[in-house]
Design a protein around this ligand. Structure first.
Ligand code: SF4
Ligand SMILES: [Zn+2]
Length: 319
């Protein structure tokens, strides 16, 4: 009889990702599905306010195994004009900020997601900001980025997800790219004076916690080698259906706060660019109630200072 783990690997990741999905959340095409103020350390070394807007738009055409962003997307493109309205809506409710992130659960330069006809108005709304960060898969990096950049007053930064530099795991993630695609996209953006940040998963599926930790570090090295300016390390979370299934079959392991601290320390020590930990839902990583608040505080502090803070010692969990 075939073992369950083998059975999972036999199916295409796309098959599994789609079949394990829950229903999407209800979203409104004229409203962003979320918006927050956060603080971030800038390239210039100061901590400033960022308005982060999670735009509602058509689902990304890729089917990455670990993705849960489809939950807040539409099935059809949103009408022309809806994206500028969403941005203005969020900005009217957020505190004033120096920087803005427009995250759209996919690719800003996918014309099915963000209508290019809206670029001029979006650019005008962004005039007061120093920098704007948008996200995109390498396959959508091209002339549209340059066109949009030429309309902008703020500096454009593009977030391109690397996820992992482990070639075998990257392929199993169904990311629809190889490492060379990532490198070419980064080169193209840099050649056109656009900064690149990347997302790196701390604990990718198919590796245990220790391998996940060391590949996250190798992924930071790879990202800086190809010219990325900023790495954001994201603890992979279950909850999208397929990762829960992989977890139940010991093919995915949740990471821990000490592992995240360790990877961030490594990245910062390299002094090759900014290295942040993604703090979204960070509480779900805590395995030890005694030291978790201090560890989260330590990670937050390292995000801001880009220096290694004093380690947390816990007699309870011995970490
Ligand atoms: S490219 Fe990004 S948004 Fe699209 S499926 Fe992959 S992780 Fe999700
Ligand atoms: Zn502890």
């Amino acid at each position: 009889m075939q073992h369950m783990n083998d059975a999972i690997l036999d199916y295409s990741p796309e098959h599994w990702a789609l079949n394990r999905r829950s229903r999407k959340n209800h979203v409104i095409p004229w409203q962003p599905y979320d918006y927050i103020n956060e603080k971030e350390r800038t390239i210039d070394g100061v901590v400033e306010e960022v308005a982060t807007i999670f735009l509602t738009n058509k689902e990304c055409p890729f089917r990455c195994l670990m993705c849960d962003l489809w939950k807040n997307t539409t099935n059809e493109p949103v009408p022309d004009g809806a994206i500028p309205v969403q941005i203005q809506y969020a900005l009217s409710l957020l505190s004033s900020s120096e920087h803005i992130k427009l995250y759209n659960s996919g690719n800003f330069f996918d014309s099915q997601a963000i209508p290019p006809a809206d670029f001029p108005l979006i650019a005008k709304i962004l005039d007061p900001f120093k920098t704007v960060v948008v996200e995109s898969h390498p396959r959508f990096i091209g002339k549209n980025c340059i066109r949009f950049n030429e309309m902008l007053y703020p500096e454009l930064h593009v977030a391109v997800g690397l996820e992992t530099a482990h070639p075998g795991v990257l392929s199993k993630l169904n990311k629809s790219m190889v490492l060379k695609d990532f490198e070419l996209a980064v080169n193209y953006l840099k050649k056109n004076d656009i900064s690149v940040r990347t997302f790196i998963l701390l604990n990718v599926p198919f590796l245990d916690e220790s391998e996940g930790n060391s590949w996250a570090k190798r992924s930071i090295d790879f990202a800086f080698d190809v010219g990325v300016e900023c790495c954001v390390v994201i603890p992979t979370r279950s909850g999208n259906g397929i990762l829960d299934q992989l977890e139940a079959n010991s093919l995915f392991f949740k990471s821990s706060l000490p592992s995240l601290e360790n990877v961030i320390e490594y990245g910062i020590e390299q002094k090759r660019g900014r290295v942040f930990a993604d703090l979204w839902d960070i509480e779900t990583l805590s395995t030890c109630k005694r030291c978790a608040p201090q560890r989260v505080q330590r990670i937050r502090s390292m995000n801001f200072t880009q220096h290694i803070s004093l380690p947390v010692e816990c007699s309870f969990c011995k970490n």
